[in-house]
Design a protein around this ligand. Structure first.
Ligand code: PLP
Ligand code: COI
Length: 341
C-alpha cells in the first residue's frame, strides 16, 4: 500500500505496486500494444526460452516528481533504443520505441501514488523483454513477452550518497570481446553475484571489473560505469563492446563538457585509476556515487580524504538538480508523463 511507505527509508529494493504492463507476440508477428494488468505472478512454460537459455533483456530508468510539480522520466527513449540493440544481439524481435514509451507511460500513470515526493527517491521502471514460448533446442523462442513493472526506490548503495569502497577483481570478468557485455542481457548479471557477495563480505560495496583480454584496463563497476578525474580532466573507459553504454555515463559526459571540463573516453589502466584525484561510478540506480577508495591486491588507493571529491559533488548536484527541475534542462532529457495516459 502506498500509504504505508516511509519515503525517507526507501532503499533500492522491491516494493510491490498495483499494476504492470504486458504484451505477447508469436514468432515474428509485429509487436502490438499490451494491457495494464494487476501486478503479480505470470504464467510461463517451464520450457520458456528465457528460463532455459536466458533469452531475455532488462532495462532500468527512473521517474521523478519535480519541484515544478511535474512527473518526468529521465531519457526513456535511450532505454528503448538500448533494448532494441540488445534484442538484435539476442535474436528477439525488437519492441518499437513508440510501444516501449507508451508502455512505460501507462505503467507509471497507473501507479502514480507510488512515485516518491520530490527529492525523496524515484520510481524505478523495469522493462523486461523475453523469450516466453517453449523451446528445447538452443534456438530463439517461438513467442516473446514484453513486460514493465515499477517500484519506488531510494539509494542503491548502503549509506546513501557516501563515498564507497571498491575492490578490483583479478579473478572474475564480467564480459569478453564478442560476448553480450555491451547489452543488458539478463545472463550478464548472475555471474557477478558471487564476486560481489565475496567483496561485500570483506567490507567493499562492489567489484571493479577489468578487461578480460589484458586484465589491465578498468571496464566497469558491477552495474555502473566508472569515471576518474586527474588534474581536472575526466576519464572514462571507452566503449569497446564489453562495457554497457550507460545512459548516465552519456549524460555525465555531456554535462561535464557543458560545464567546461574535458572528458576523455579512453583505456583507463588500473595504475592510472589508482593515481587519480577523484573517482565515481554512475548509473540509473547508482546515480553518481563517489568512490572513496579502490583496493587492488595489497594496494589501497584512497581518494582525497575518502569523502566525495569536488568535481564529483558538482556533477552529482547538477544531474540531480536537472532531474528535480531545480536547474534548466538544456539537453531536453526530461520526458513529461502526459496527462492523458
Ligand atoms: N553498467 C551496467 C553493467 C549496468 O547494468 C548499468 C545499469 O543499467 C550501467 C552500467 C549504467 O547504465 P545506465 O546509466 O543506463 O543505468
Ligand atoms: C540500473 O542502474 O538501472 C541497473 O540496472 C543497475 C542494477 C540494478 C542492475
Amino acid at each position: 500500500m502506498a500509504d504505508d511507505i516511509d519515503w525517507d527509508s526507501l532503499t533500492f529494493s522491491m516494493t510491490p505496486t498495483d499494476f504492470m504492463y504486458m504484451t505477447t507476440i508469436q514468432g515474428d508477428e509485429p509487436w502490438k500494444p499490451g494491457q495494464i494488468i494487476p501486478f503479480g505472478p505470470i504464467q510461463m512454460s517451464p520450457a520458456a526460452g528465457v528460463l532455459n537459455y536466458g533469452q531475455g533483456l532488462f532495462e532500468g530508468m527512473k521517474v521523478f516528481r519535480t519541484s515544478k510539480e511535474r512527473i518526468v522520466f529521465f531519457r526513456p527513449e535511450e532505454n528503448a533504443r538500448r533494448m532494441q540493440r540488445g534484442a538484435d544481439r539476442l535474436k528477439i524481435p525488437p519492441v518499437p520505441e513508440s510501444i516501449f514509451i507508451d508502455a512505460v507511460e501507462q505503467v507509471v500513470s497507473a501507479n502514480q501514488k507510488f512515485i516518491p515526493p520530490v527529492g525523496r527517491g524515484a520510481m524505478y521502471v523495469r522493462p523486461l523483454l523475453m523469450g516466453s514460448g517453449p523451446v528445447l533446442g538452443v534456438a530463439p523462442a517461438p513467442s516473446y513477452t514484453f513486460l514493465v513493472y515499477v517500484t519506488p526506490v531510494g539509494p542503491y548503495f548502503k549509506g546513501g550518497v557516501q563515498a564507497i569502497e571498491l575492490l578490483i577483481s583479478d579473478v572474475h570478468h564480467r564480459a569478453a570481446p564478442g560476448g553480450s557485455g555491451g547489452v543488458k542481457a539478463i545472463g550478464n548479471y548472475a555471474p557477478g553475484m558471487k564476486p560481489s557477495k565475496e567483496a561485500k563480505a570483506q567490507g567493499f560495496a562492489e567489484i571493479i571489473y577489468l578487461d578480460a583480454k589484458t586484465h589491465t584496463y578498468i571496464e566497469e563497476v558491477g552495474a555502473a560505469n566508472y569515471f576518474c578525474i586527474k588534474d581536472n580532466v575526466l576519464y572514462t573507459p571507452e566503449l569497446t563492446g564489453t562495457i554497457l553504454p550507460g545512459i548516465t555515463r552519456d549524460s555525465t559526459i555531456q554535462l561535464a563538457r557543458s560545464m567546461g571540463y574535458t572528458v576523455i573516453e579512453t583505456k583507463v589502466s588500473v595504475e592510472f585509476a589508482l593515481a587519480a584525484d577523484e573517482a565515481f561510478c554512475c548509473g540509473t540506480a547508482a546515480v553518481i556515487s563517489p568512490i572513496g577508495s579502490i583496493t587492488h591486491g595489497d594496494v589501497k588507493s584512497v581518494y582525497g580524504d575518502g569523502t566525495p571529491g569536488s568535481v564529483t559533488q558538482l556533477l552529482y548536484t547538477e544531474l540531480t538538480n536537472i532531474q528535480k527541475e531545480l536547474s534548466e534542462d538544456p539537453f531536453s532529457w526530461l520526458h513529461e508523463l502526459p496527462s492523458h495516459v
